[in-house]
Design a protein. Structure first.
Length: 274
């Protein structure tokens, strides 16, 4: 409303208490049924590449397809992490963490490809000690099938044979030479193979062993590892190459074959003469 004043019309604004708006409407959300969110979701198996012993490494869930929303579109691109000790049934490799990316969905199986690798924090902390030099190196490499990776190497100096000195510090010039060796070996080993073969080199740490042997003439090293691997760029998705990575269609599950019901072998009784 407005009234006319000495200097023209004056507008009067009515202030309404916002807290009184819902007094007559009752409680908010009253009568809403509680629906279990998991009733609208489906479980999918995660299949690892053929480079690992255990192919069925876990499960993931996604909201069921409805209307224009397709469930497989929300599964592709997911990144999962698993321990290498569980994937290869070897407890000595429990310090390795493998990252896999879901590339395709077939039925209820999610086919994954290698996405990255890392070491557990407790393993790295146990390697770092006093009186020694820590040497790290990072290099970008490209495999023959077009994957661009960033590899990180970690190494530590150790005492020479019959050394009495307490410390094992390397000089700056020696560290630079060791880094040069690391860069050359990692580039050579990664750029001459495809991603599938490179993963097979990561599992037994063959590149780290090769670096340790090559640097003995510069300064003795110990605990040489490929600490981390990151995927920077991947080529265009090709279903044929993904099926080559997964090998045969027969997947190895986490359940051992001895636990399956195979029956009991019974010897045939010998025939007795009548």
């Amino acid at each position: 409303s407005f009234r006319v004043g000495a200097f023209g019309p004056v507008i009067i604004v009515a202030i309404v208490d916002r807290q009184n708006k819902r007094l007559s409407k009752g409680k908010k959300g009253k009568g809403k049924k509680a629906v279990d969110a998991f009733s609208k979701k489906d479980w999918y198996d995660i299949k690892a590449p053929s480079a690992f012993q255990v192919r069925n490494i876990g499960k993931t869930l996604v909201t069921r397809s409805s209307g224009m929303r397709v469930a497989t579109d929300f599964l592709k691109g997911r990144v999962v992490e698993a321990n290498l000790a569980d994937m290869n049934k070897d407890e000595d490799q429990n310090y390795r963490k493998i990252r896999l990316q879901i590339m395709d969905v077939q039925g209820k199986s999610c086919l994954c490809n290698f996405y990255g690798m890392d070491m557990t924090t407790d393993k790295i902390r146990s390697l770092v000690k006093k009186w020694q030099t820590t040497i790290e190196c990072a290099v970008d490499v490209t495999t023959t099938d077009g994957y661009k990776l960033r590899m990180f190497c970690l190494a530590f100096t150790k005492k020479r044979q019959n050394q009495l000195k307490k410390t094992t510090y390397a000089q700056t010039a020696q560290i630079k030479m060791i880094r040069k060796k690391m860069t050359d070996i990692m580039t050579k080993e990664a750029s001459t193979v495809d991603l599938k073969e490179l993963v097979r080199k990561f599992i037994p740490n063959s590149i780290g062993t090769q670096i340790e042997q090559a640097c003995q003439c510069i300064y003795p090293l110990k605990d040489v590892f490929i600490r981390k691997v990151k995927t920077l760029k991947a080529p265009r998705f090709d279903i044929t190459k993904l099926m080559e990575v997964h090998g045969s269609s027969t997947e190895v599950s986490a359940v051992p074959t001895s636990s399956l019901d195979e029956g009991t072998k019974v010897d045939r009784p010998s025939e007795t003469a009548a």
